[in-house]
Ligand binder design. Structure first.
Ligand SMILES: NC(=O)c1ccc[n+]([C@@H]2O[C@H](COP(=O)([O-])OP(=O)(O)OC[C@H]3O[C@@H](n4cnc5c(N)ncnc54)[C@H](OP(=O)(O)O)[C@@H]3O)[C@@H](O)[C@H]2O)c1
Length: 336
């Protein structure tokens, strides 16, 4: 396993982290329904492979994923970084959601109870809340840090301007720095390269990638997206998520398959290796132990510069304005 700093902190985290969205017998989102025994084996296997970052959320299988993760990591709780999230709908009440002080204050208690722990190591806003002033959310986050309930604050699914004001306000108030952003990123969706990645680099924040295989599509197992087999995410949910440009899919997949044959590894490993190669921490998801094993091995894949170039050419997106104009205007080079 390889380890990198979490944001600009002194805490080291594995470049492969385990996501738990497939955990939970209720299988409420039809993403896997992995029962506790199997999930525990996955957590143990990941830990044995050197994974020390485990991600969940209060909304995964109605909180069951947090319970399963908490139970599974118990023997090595203090050797791992437990990450969870708040914002999604956790109940039927009108205030059982969002980033208000009222909701977060209750949500952290529930997450701690389900995880059966005294602290959340990385507590992430699961998305922007358009009605709660961000000042209210960062104030309560800091209170939880001061109380020892949270170690590091993080965010997820924010746009770059939302990240920028969150971080600036926090730093101006003398609060803890937000250490990470959890975002969708893959060879099928490179949107965050336009604005988010430059900001993360500027702010010294880590990128935690969610759905790095774009829900399994980049494992190369689907031959026809219109008739996916049962027992797969696409077959069971009937929904392509996260979104991507379908036109690009065949060419990207063909390139991944060519490179996986060259390397003698799987398509999933090539897709994950590309992300790791770019400095991401990837949150792998798995329905089975075999998939987990496959994905863990991505850390050993070394893409050649030529292979990286080919993958990036075939998956390239149009450069957005004003980025191309900023480059045009960047005439001040140091070698003049
Ligand atoms: N912050 C957010 O808003 C957000 C959103 C989504 C996810 N997340 C986090 O990101 C984690 C990973 O997301 P994800 O589960 O969507 O990741 P993903 O890697 O894009 O998709 C995982 C799914 O792909 C299939 N798969 C995985 N490895 C495979 C392999 N080697 N060969 C064939 N199929 C394979 C499995 O589905 P099937 O076998 O069922 O087809 C598996 O459940 C989550 O657990 C969660 O922690 C966060």
């Amino acid at each position: 396993m390889k380890y990198v700093r979490l944001g600009n902190t002194g805490t080291l985290v594995s470049v492969i982290a385990l996501g738990t969205m497939t955990f939970g017998e209720r299988n409420s989102w039809k993403l896997g329904g992995v029962p506790v025994e199997e999930a525990s084996k996955m957590v143990n296997r990941a830990y044995d492979a050197g994974v020390n970052l485990f991600d969940t959320a209060d909304v995964y299988d109605g909180g069951r994923a947090e319970e399963i993760l908490g139970e599974s990591v118990k023997p090595f709780r203090d050797e791992v970084i437990l990450a969870t999230k708040v914002r999604g709908k956790t109940g039927t009440g009108i205030n059982d959601q969002g980033l208000s002080r009222y909701h977060i204050t209750r949500a952290i208690k529930e997450s701690l109870r389900r995880l059966d722990t005294d602290r959340v190591d990385l507590y992430q806003f699961h998305g922007w809340d358009s009605i709660t002033p961000i000042e209210e959310s960062i104030d309560v986050m800091q209170d939880m840090i001061d109380e020892g309930l949270v170690i590091y604050p993080g965010i997820s699914n924010f746009s770059a301007w939302q990240m920028a004001i969150t971080q600036s306000l926090a730093l101006n108030k003398g609060y803890s720095r937000y250490v990470s952003a959890q975002m969708n990123y893959s060879l099928l969706n490179r949107d965050i390269e336009h604005e988010v990645l430059p900001f993360l680099s500027y702010a010294e924040m880590s990128l935690l990638v969610w759905s790095p295989l774009q829900g399994g599509l980049l494992s190369g197992k689907y031959t026809d997206l219109n008739s996916p087999p049962k027992g797969t995410r696409l077959g069971d949910t009937g929904r392509v998520f996260p979104y991507f440009e379908k036109d690009q899919y065949p060419a990207i997949l063909e390139k991944i398959n060519t490179i996986s044959a060259e390397q003698g590894v799987t398509a999933a490993q090539i897709s994950l290796a590309w992300l790791i190669n770019r400095g991401s921490i990837v949150l792998i998801g798995a329905r089975t132990l075999e998939q987990l094993e496959d994905n863990l091995n991505a850390v050993n894949v070394k893409l050649t510069p030529e292979q990286v170039k080919e993958l990036e050419e075939v998956s390239a997106q149009r450069e957005m304005y004003p980025n191309w104009m900023i480059k045009n205007q960047n005439y001040r080079n140091m070698t003049n």
